[in-house]
Write a protein that binds this ligand. Sequence first.
Ligand code: DGL
Length: 259
Amino acid sequence: MKDAICVFDSGVGGISVLRELVKLMPNEDFIYFGDSLHAPFGTKSKEEVRKLTIDATKKFMDAGAKGVTIACNTATSAAVRVLREMYPDFPIVGIEPALKPAATEFPGKRILVLATPMTIAEEKFHLLLSKYENDAEVIPLPAPGLMEFVEKGETESEELKSFLEELLFPYKEGEEKEVSGVVLGCTHYPFVAKQIGNVLGKNVKIFDGAEGTAREMRRRLDVAGLLRKDENYKGTVVFKNSIEDEKKIQMMENLFRLP
Ligand code: DGL
C-alpha cells in the first residue's frame, strides 16, 4: 500500500470513481477497498458510517498511502469534514452530487438528484442545495434499495427495471414532473445509468461527480508534490473487500473493466 492512492466505498460503487482516477493518473498505484460487509451505508446512522470511514482511512494511512479518495457520497457527508480536521495535511478527497454542472446547464429547469437517504438528509447536501436552488428546480429523491442491485452485480435485471420504473415514473419525459437532468448522487448508480436513462427518456442528461473528484484528487497530490514523476511507469490496481470472497473480487474487476 506504500505510496498508493487508496479508494474507499461501502462496496463496489466507488469503482465508477476509480475508473476516472486511473484514466487521469495511469502511472499511479491504486488500492480499492470496498466495505461490502457493512453495506449499505445509506440507511445506517451517521455515527456508524463516520466510524467505518475514519477507521478505513486510518488503516490506509498506517500502511503508507499517499492519498485517500472517499468514493462514496454517503461516507463523504458523514466523515470528510472530521477527517480533514484530523489530518489537515494529508490529501483526502470526497465526492458530492454534481449539482453545479447540472444547474449550470439547465437554469430554471427541473433536476432530479438521486442519492441515498443519508446523503439527502445530511447538512452537506443542504448546503449544496442552498447554493443552486435559485438556479434550477432541484428535486432530491432518496433511492433506498437501488445500490443493492449493483452490489449483487444486477445491472440489467427485470427486477431492477421495475424498481426504477416505479421510482422514476413521475419524472419521465411527458409526465407532469418531467426532468431535464438527473444527478447520480451515489457512486453505485453510474453502473445503472443506462437503465435510469431508459426510464426517464432519451433527452434527459445524466450527471455524475466521478470525473470532478478524480481531478480534485490529482490537484491535491500535485500541490503536495506527491504525483509520480516517472511517466513510463505503468500503475497497478489492487482490489480488496471486507467480504473476503473471490467472487466479489472478480465482480469488482469486471465492473472496473466494463467498456
Ligand atoms: N456508494 C455510496 C454513495 O455514493 C452509497 C451506497 C450505500 O452504501 O448506501 O453514496
